[in-house]
Ligand binder design. Structure first.
Ligand code: SAH
Ligand code: MG
Length: 197
């Protein structure tokens, strides 16, 4: 699929500042899912500077994105970006730690949960936000291959190894879950697409 970069300035900012943003292949894939399944309500964990949220909202005016971010600098930059592209009607930033905030502020009928925050915590986000999803919702997790660093690489730090182990554990938990089916896709930094059996 042809990719149109709607937000080149944001991408440039991300490259300059080392801000993590979703990779192009994954973005194309997810936008296609949003379009084909006519997804309306998205909950995103990890806004960063709203690059992915803006792209998701660009699929259709009917798409609404609630997105959670805990880092004040990211929140500031994301807010600026929403103002610049006039998408404040479609995207709402929730300035909280997604593991601690109250769930009362949120809708309860999301069609898509996009997990893209602290990689070691993906399973906790999955479990915490599951009750807010529609029964036929999709859960998409980014960075399942984490830059293709191997857990057996001897040159990596202890912290990184721990994180990779947690991603591996999450991978196995998803793969063996009795209630969910997961497809692992080698696009971008690795996506997991999960749905209820
Ligand atoms: N989805 C964005 C990239 C997100 S980067 C895009 O593709 O454009 C991951 C972000 O998750 C970081 O900005 C980080 O601050 C945030 N994050 C990590 N743990 C979090 C938590 N527990 N609650 C809220 N935000 C968190
Ligand atoms: Mg990501």
């Amino acid at each position: 699929m042809e990719f149109l970069e709607l937000y080149p300035k944001i991408k440039e900012y991300a490259l300059e500042h080392g801000t993590p943003i979703i990779m192009e292949d994954s973005l194309v894939y997810i936008k296609k899912i949003i379009e084909e399944r006519k997804i309306k309500k998205i909950l995103e964990i990890g806004t960063a500077i709203a690059y992915s949220a803006l792209h998701f909202a660009s699929v259709s005016e009917d798409v609404l994105v609630d997105t959670i971010e805990r880092n004040p600098e990211m929140i500031m930059q994301a807010t600026k970006n929403l103002e610049e592209y006039d998408l404040k009607k479609q995207i709402k930033i929730h300035p909280f730690d997604a593991l601690e905030c109250s769930l009362d502020d949120f809708d309860s009928e999301y069609d898509l949960l996009f997990i893209d925050a602290a990689k070691a915590q993906s399973q906790r986000f999955f479990e915490r936000y599951l009750p807010l999803l529609k029964p036929n919702a999709l859960i998409i997790t980014d960075n399942m291959n984490f830059h293709n660093v191997s857990v057996d690489d001897e040159n990596i730090s202890k912290n990184l190894r721990n994180m990779l182990k947690k991603i591996q554990r999450y991978h196995d938990w998803l793969a063996n879950h009795p209630d969910f089916t997961t497809e692992f896709i080698d696009l971008g930094d690795g996506l997991a697409i999960t749905w209820r059996k």
